[in-house]
Write a protein that binds this ligand. Structure first.
Ligand SMILES: [Zn+2]
Length: 106
């Protein structure tokens, strides 16, 4: 132990981002969101939040090797994450709103 982590630290930080499906990644520690890194297999990808809006972001990176990943199923993850914070009342109100899937553009 230890040596692996040191050798892997930051090695993929300059690599191009890889496309993943969050649903296909292995979860760590019974977490719903923290996943094994598909690049170094040891580090974890926590699902990053925007520090200002506190919303989760479609781009994430491994805490160990620095590999950047893009969640192709981001909208599903976002919906699940948001759903966890919602009360039944709010859910009911949201169900009545027309929702457009995120198309990757602002
Ligand atoms: Zn990694």
């Amino acid at each position: 132990m230890g040596t692996d982590f040191e050798n892997l630290s930051g090695i993929n930080i300059d690599k191009p981002p890889i496309h993943v499906r969050h649903a296909d990644l292995e979860r760590q520690d019974n977490s719903s969101f923290r996943s094994d890194c598909p690049a170094c297999k040891v580090g974890s990808i926590p699902v990053r939040r925007n520090m200002e809006t506190m919303e989760i972001e479609p781009i994430d990176n491994c805490l160990l090797c620095g590999q950047m990943v893009i969640y192709d199923d981001f909208i599903e993850v976002a919906n699940k994450k948001i759903a966890e914070r919602l009360t039944p009342d709010l859910m009911e109100k949201l169900r009545k709103l027309p929702l457009e899937p995120w198309n990757g553009e602002d």
